[in-house]
Design a protein around this ligand. Sequence first.
Ligand code: PLP
Length: 363
Amino acid sequence: MNQRVYNFSAGPSALPESVLMEASKDMLNYKGSGMSVMEMSHRSKVFEEIIQEAESLFRDLLGIHDRYKVLFLQGGASTQFSMIPMNLMTKTGKADYVDTGSWASKAIKEAKRYGNVNVLASSKDKTYSYIPELDPASFTKDADYFHITVNNTIYGTRFAPDLLPDTNGVPLVGDMSSNILSEVYDINKFGLIYAGAQKNMGPSGLTMVAIREDLVGQAMDLTPTMLNYKIHVDADSLYNTPPCYSIYIAMLIFRWLKNQGGVEAMEKTNKEKAALLYNYLDESSLFKATVEEKDRSLMNIPFVTGNDELDGAFVKESTAKGLVNLKGHRSVGGMRASIYNAMTMEGVETLVAFMKEFEAKNK
Ligand SMILES: *Cc1c(COP(=O)(O)O)cnc(C)c1O
């Protein structure tokens, strides 16, 4: 293939072309340093500028208050599944979780090793195709925190910004791996948010965390040094070698996002992109969306024909047309289009046009 494709991968996922161009320009000699960002010391002045700019843009884009610490970590979002309970489940040893999919259940499974986990609700009964109703009377009043997966990458559901649970003072912890920076959330409603970079912020290897200051410094004694937030806070994320190159690309993405008009502008485009696809799915007589309307993700859009053979043919034919990675997650089947920030309107238009063609041919 000598041409770029429309890449609908759920992660690692498409990056803005201008960012890749810029990185390739800097590949051999970053800003006159005579070396690539991959080759420089993480304690050098030139790298220090990169990580500082990345942090300041990240704070700015998300509107993160000064009383939060921003961390650049490794281990993926999956490491946060245990890091969170080890660091936060330390006053009453209780935490509330909502089971909205595979990632949520993995987070629950880890947390159970460290304390009392109360699973408030689950949407497993219908293959996680909706966000379950939550009854505030069932919330644990003295829980150390309340965990949600804000966007469910595999199933295509999300807690919309106006539908976050009101936890009545219990710190809300949110896994925002697949929708960070895609629409405006009031981050200050959370005690902690975390996100692996490879969906909306860059290459894998980097995990961003924003944690309210008062939640730092209470880790369990058994907590490994590398999994203690305080260690990383005190060292400004340079306790050991951070994922330098991923941080550099994330910085370029944050710059790109800011040039696009920030998260508000991104949200507008993302809503237009998602509406184009959902509207077609709702009127199509062949394809249908699998998620309840109010809970639909702007980032991950699963759909099916209801016929496995047709689904297979669709994936095959779309791939041949340069619309790639549309196969649904193995646990759901069908198709899934992940349309993160870097996916252009043109990409979604091309997809919908192809779907219409496929529908006409397979009436
Ligand atoms: C991808 C993903 C994860 C896992 O991320 P890793 O960085 O691979 O550990 C966790 N939660 C959500 C919501 C995800 O989309």
